[in-house]
Design a protein around this ligand. Structure first.
Ligand code: NIG
Ligand code: FE
Length: 401
């Protein structure tokens, strides 16, 4: 059905700028944007339906490009411990942290994981999220990583949402491989990744490069295997220390390197040259009460594209609002509201390998957009979460939320 959407202003986010069209019209057909421009430039169209948007501000559907939305249990007890002064690394060393979520995730059935993930994802959708990345990484063996990735696929089947599934088997060392990290990497490369990729469950491969996780040499083995399988890579890098994982990611043309508080200028230069997106995660920075800020000026100076994401996970960022992350990106990382919005639209799409089809309002792209009843685009970063009045359109069809 061809639909004409009119009486709106559009922040198209083309090239990561507001790129505003005042009094815009949008024509959608077959799930795509067929035409967008000023209403005065619209030629007569045979639309089956015309929708009056009441002069709302239309933006691309929001994209949360880094989540761990599928997991068992939660870690509010560790939150209490950390507030009493125990660090994230200390909790991990005592068998808590990621390992405790691995136990709970292994114990949960696929249906249980789906039910709890759906609630969290629906919370994100109430913020205008139409595309989401979901990582595995709390299963850490073939059967349980498969279970998580199947839940990610099912979320896309049952909700009006595009989902990219990322295999993060190299997230932490499972207990059965204690003291044998290289053997676990061999298992990932020889057994897990080939099987999961063959089952069509993997869109990208991620790893956690950190002293308390995997070394750059171990991560590189995973990247080599991912490329052999034709899969793009991403990396959790420079969150707690500087191992130059982001430069390693750039050498493997990673879609993104994520966290990055401890990255250096050389890392930024390497990422810019490779087109690797910097995904910043202010929720984790805030929740761990970190003080080392990502090097915003170096990222800007070298033209690295910057995305923002919720990092929704039970340990370091129980964040159920992507718009709250826009605010935190501005207040904590000194991003502008325009940069923050680009970080959850244009650049988030690129971080998922979807830059050609998603992330901006342009003819030929998927017709995922949100009509917000706000005064100006900066309002999206201004309010601290909350349910802003809006209409959400996914593939040309309005969805209720
Ligand atoms: O992105 N950094 C590693 N992974 C997650 C944390 C996962 C957890 O603590 O459960 C993150 O912050
Ligand atoms: Fe993460």
């Amino acid at each position: 059905m061809r639909t004409l959407w009119q009486h709106c202003h559009a922040a198209t986010m083309v090239d990561g700028r507001y790129a505003i069209i005042e009094d815009a019209a949008i024509v959608t057909y077959a799930g795509l944007i067929e035409w967008i421009g000023p209403r005065s430039g619209l030629r007569p169209v045979e639309a089956e339906r015309t929708v009056d948007l009441g002069y709302a501000w239309v933006t691309p559907g929001l994209i949360d490009c880094h989540t761990h939305a599928v997991f068992g249990g939660n870690r509010s007890s560790e939150f209490e411990q950390r507030l009493q002064g125990v660090s994230y690394a200390e909790i991990a060393a005592q068998g808590g942290g990621i390992a405790s979520t691995v136990r709970a995730t292994r114990a949960a059935s696929e249906d249980e994981l789906f039910a709890s993930a759906r609630q969290r994802v629906q919370a994100l959708m109430r913020d205008g999220v139409t595309t989401l990345e979901v990582k595995s990484g709390y299963g850490l063996d073939l059967a349980n990583e498969r279970k998580m990735l199947r839940v990610a696929r099912r979320l896309a089947d049952e909700l009006p949402l595009a989902v990219r599934a990322t295999c993060l088997a190299a997230h932490a060392l499972p207990p059965e491989y204690a003291g044998r990290a290289d053997d676990y990497i061999t298992h990932i490369c020889d057994e897990m990744l080939p099987a999961l990729a063959a089952e069509g469950l993997v869109d990208a491969v991620d790893a956690f490069c950190e002293h308390l996780a995997f070394s750059p040499a171990q991560v590189e083995r995973v990247f080599i295997k991912a490329h052999e399988l034709g899969l793009p890579v991403k990396l959790h890098a420079e969150q707690l220390s500087s191992l130059h994982g982001s430069s390693l990611a750039a050498r493997y043309q990673a879609l993104s390197a994520d966290h990055l508080e401890f990255m250096t200028e050389e890392d930024a230069i390497a990422m810019a040259a490779a087109g690797t997106v910097a995904v910043l995660l202010p929720g984790a920075f805030y929740f761990l009460r970190e003080t080392q800020l990502p090097p915003m000026e170096a990222l800007r100076r070298h033209g690295v594209k910057i995305a923002l994401a919720s990092d929704l996970n039970p340990g370091t960022s129980p964040g159920l609002s992507l718009r709250l992350m826009l605010n935190m990106g501005c207040t904590l990382f000194r991003m502008t509201p325009e940069e923050a919005l680009a970080g959850v639209t244009t650049h988030a799409a690129t971080a998922l390998g979807l830059g050609d089809s998603h992330g901006s309002l342009e003819a030929g792209k998927v017709a995922d957009f949100v009509a917000w009843h706000i005064e100006r685009p900066a309002d999206l970063a201004y309010w601290l979460g909350g349910d802003l009045p809006k209409r959400v359109v996914r593939r040309g069809h309005e969805i209720s939320n």
